[in-house]
Design a protein around this ligand. Structure first.
Ligand SMILES: [Zn+2]
Length: 222
């Protein structure tokens, strides 16, 4: 293993034979160096050159592991179709808007598809849409809304990184520590509680089948 890269929510361990080990942690996956005690939830492990053992622990088994030729992700369609990284300048100056505009798919569903940009999951989508005042079920957004949404996506992702991730139940950093971002969430998981901006009760709805929290007053549907 030469280095570890990342694209969206995929980890790419570059091997010394022009292949890449691709790992998606899914809901509950965790990569860690093997501790002393055995664990029944370890699904895969790799002996490293330095004598350590790297293991994938995954209670609910939504994680995915594959080995592909470096840069050839045809066998992993979601990875192959990933949009740019959130801080890619191609998204600036209306770039996100131009990527969202051709589709009539609801804006949150587009974000979760990873196609407009990579790396946004359910928590960060709800947070950014609330902060930007954009209704998650909209099928078209204005240029101004898309610009604001990009700013807020970058802000909530940066905050999550700074806080070491969001641990609602399972997420652990490689050192075993839980993240601290869960206490910083302003919308996700607060259905029924007052909106921190206007005081109206936040509502929990389904958007294309995904649980979604929104403020009906700050995020008008039209
Ligand atoms: Zn509100």
């Amino acid at each position: 293993m030469e280095r570890v890269d990342r694209r969206g929510k995929y980890l790419l361990a570059v091997l010394d034979d022009d292949r890449a080990l691709v790992v998606h942690l899914g809901m509950t996956g965790q990569l860690r160096l093997r501790p002393d005690q055995l664990d029944p939830h370890v699904r895969a492990w790799w002996a490293l050159d330095d004598g350590h053992v790297l293991e994938l622990r995954d209670v609910r088994r939504f994680g995915r592991v594959g080995v592909v030729p470096l840069g050839d992700y045809a066998s992993l369609p979601t990875l192959a179709a990933q949009g740019p990284e959130p801080w890619d300048p191609v998204l600036d100056d209306g770039g996100l808007w131009r990527r969202l505009r051709p589709s009539r798919v609801r804006v949150k569903t587009q974000l979760l598809s990873q196609r407009p940009l990579a790396g946004v999951g359910n928590i960060y989508a709800d947070e950014a849409l609330w902060r930007a005042g954009v209704h998650p079920a909209r099928r078209q957004v204005t240029r101004g809304q898309a610009d604001r949404l990009l700013d807020e996506l970058r802000a909530v992702l940066q905050q999550g990184i700074d806080n070491g991730g969001t641990t609602l139940r399972d997420y652990r950093a490689p050192d075993g520590e839980p993240g601290r971002n869960q206490v910083a969430l302003v919308c996700y998981g607060r259905g029924g509680e007052p909106c921190l901006r206007c005081g109206a009760p936040l509502r929990r709805v389904l958007v294309d089948g995904r649980g979604t929290t929104l403020c009906p007053s700050c995020q008008p549907s039209r």
